[in-house]
Unconditional design. Structure first.
Length: 349
């Protein structure tokens, strides 16, 4: 099992720290540094900057939002980032959610599975550097009846195949991810509930004639909060969990809330969402079960974190991406170093 680092969103007041964190992860031998985007900083610009400031660590989008870019623009960006970074780019994609897709990008959030499949097909065609011709439900290239003609990508990426990941939560999306992607970007992943994600991924791999452990990267992001007080570490993650479970998406379409239900926390999922949508953010945070955060995070001292890392490895995780808790550079760097120490202690390094 390898380690990754997720910088989250740029532009939240910790930009200088994020650079230092990425450089420290590079020095410590972390495998990949991911950057996110929603409706603030874009991931492509951040990754270009991080790639210029590091030497060995891969840089990855977690995620490029599908409604934000045409598939050919994404292929161009991926090829450019791979070239500029010397072959260190990983392409992570996701459909975002209905509120961002329709409220920010003006793109209707309908048939996300079909849209994702077609998006990936076009990217694969474009990256092959053959003249691009595509006829689908969402995109037709070239447009018929006009001056457009089949064009091929002029950029030569360092690698013939850039790893493509998809962020997926729901069972159908997970199955499709297993079928068409090279890796999975997960969130709120618990080793004790691994089957909820891995069974549909495995079914998708079988559709492609492959096994789940055959050239497929299982890459969940987990928060790491280092300290002797486990309760304090869990409590520090309550607002983050409440935001996703209660406030990401609408009441009818919140993928994180639905995942929480599938994990057996139906009553808590209802309470968190009800309070969050009523703007009772403290109440929503208090309603997040301790066990849910503990099961989906790395919390505690080095020994406890090492035990949990072993559980993730036993569940089949191949890249464990850490999101360091804390608001200071010292706290986040300590979390990175503890991650390496815990890996060594668990015999996974």
């Amino acid at each position: 099992m390898r380690l990754g680092i997720n910088l989250g969103y740029w532009g939240l007041g910790m930009d200088a720290d994020n650079t230092a964190v990425a450089q420290e992860a590079d020095r410590l031998g972390y495998s990949v540094c991911w950057a996110a985007e929603a409706y603030g900083s874009d991931a492509a610009t951040v990754l270009s900057y991080v790639a210029a400031k590091t030497e060995r660590i891969d840089v990855g989008s977690a995620i490029f939002q599908i409604p934000a870019r045409t598939p050919t623009m994404t292929a161009m960006t991926a090829a450019t980032l791979d070239t500029l970074s010397g072959g260190r780019f990983r392409l992570g994609l996701g459909v975002s959610g209905p509120q961002v897709s329709e409220g920010w990008y003006g793109v209707k959030f309908d048939k996300p599975l079909a849209r994702t499949r077609e998006y990936v097909e076009i990217i694969r065609k474009a990256m092959s550097r053959e003249r691009l011709v595509h006829e689908g439900a969402n995109w037709t290239l070239p447009l018929p009846g006009g001056p457009g003609k089949p064009i091929k990508l002029t950029v030569h990426p360092v690698r013939e195949h850039i790893p493509l990941y998809i962020a997926a939560i729901g069972p159908k999306n997970l199955e499709q991810t297993g079928e068409i992607a090279d890796g999975w970007l997960g969130i709120f992943f618990s080793p004790e509930h691994a089957a909820l994600s891995l069974d549909p991924l495995r079914a998708g791999r079988a559709k492609a004639g492959k096994a789940l452990d055959e050239d497929f990267d299982l890459c969940p992001t987990v928060t790491i909060a280092v300290g002797d007080d486990v309760k304090a570490g869990v409590d520090s993650q309550r607002s983050y969990a409440a935001l996703y479970i209660g406030g990401m998406g609408s009441k009818e379409k919140n993928f994180y809330n639905q995942l929480t239900r599938r994990m057996g926390y139906e009553q808590a999922a209802d309470e968190i969402q009800e309070k969050y949508l009523a703007r009772d953010y403290e109440g929503a945070a208090a309603a997040v079960p301790h066990d849910l955060i503990d099961a989906t995070s790395l919390v505690g001292d080095t020994a406890r974190i090492a035990d949990r890392m072993q559980a993730y490895a036993d569940a089949g995780v191949t890249t464990l991406t850490l999101a360091p808790a804390g608001f200071t550079l010292e706290e986040r760097v300590k979390a990175l170093r503890t991650g390496v120490e815990a890996m060594e202690r668990a015999g996974l390094a």
